[in-house]
Design a binder for this molecule. Structure first.
Ligand SMILES: [Mg+2]
Length: 260
């Protein structure tokens, strides 16, 4: 087996990676940076709370934020409160819960929305059936089922949330991920979250760049492509709408360091 193929398989046990062009080494001109967190800046862990942020990553983000005059925002499925906890004491601009939450100015606090009763009941039901192998993350109107620690539970988890769509009020969708499945309100979409930032200073008029690694990031890539931006998928699978690919978290961080 050749080295490249061996590396691809070792980096992505589930799906083979596509060979895609890398983004240009150094971006020039006025641009704005949108960043997914898990799988893009941080390696995935079995539990979302099991990741930690290094001082080096904090200072890299701070440096980029300064260079871009604040035109940098996280676009993540985590809540803004969870992002703050992870990156503390750093508080950058962020869209949390796929854009259900926005912090448009650094330092503002964002309250997490309450969990609706029907989503709470569904979470209880799924937790009871899947047991401890899966981690059910309750994020207000967003329900995430993480199966990284027990991949065999993913098909059943997906089936349970898909079945639930029939009984929930209209306006939810199911988004499969690299290692789990999420139930989201329709308006929770990374593309819309990016557009909201692009309408305001210091983002407006700049060329948007978005880096993400998962199915839920594809919607963000579409928006970026429509607005003349640069879309970059980390560990790209065979089908992606992103224009460029980076092999993994380490290559992504190296590319970001190159932009300072
Ligand atoms: Mg991700």
């Amino acid at each position: 087996m050749n080295e490249v193929l061996q590396k691809m398989i070792s980096e992505s046990p589930q799906k083979p990676q596509a060979v895609m062009p890398k983004p240009q080494a150094v971006l020039t001109g006025e641009w704005a940076l949108f960043l997914d967190i898990d799988g893009t800046l941080l390696e995935h862990a079995e539990h979302p709370d099991a990741v930690s942020v290094s001082d080096e990553l904090r200072s890299l983000l701070q440096g980029l934020d300064r260079k871009l005059d604040g035109a940098l925002a996280f676009i993540t499925g985590r809540s803004v409160a969870a992002v703050d906890h992870l990156f503390q004491p750093l508080k950058l601009r962020a869209a949390g819960l796929y854009g259900l939450e926005h912090r448009l100015s650094p330092g503002d606090d964002v309250e997490i929305a309450d969990e609706p009763a029907d989503i709470a009941a569904l979470a209880d039901e799924i937790e009871a059936e899947l047991g401890r192998g899966a981690y059910i993350e309750r994020k207000g109107r967003v329900l995430a089922i993480h199966t990284r620690a027990a991949p065999h539970l993913l098909p059943r988890a997906t089936q349970l949330v898909e079945q639930a769509l029939a009984t929930l009020p209209k306006g939810y969708r199911v988004v499969p991920g690299n290692a789990g499945v999420e139930l989201l309100p329709l308006e929770a979409a990374k593309g819309a979250a990016i557009r909201r930032f692009m309408d305001i200073a210091p983002f407006t008029g700049r060329r948007p760049v978005f880096l993400g690694d998962d199915t839920s990031d594809e919607n963000g890539f579409e928006t970026i492509n429509d607005t003349g931006g640069i879309s970059i998928r980390v560990k790209p699978p065979a089908h992606t709408t992103a224009q460029y690919g980076l092999a993994g978290v380490a290559e992504t961080l190296a590319w970001l360091r190159g932009q300072l």
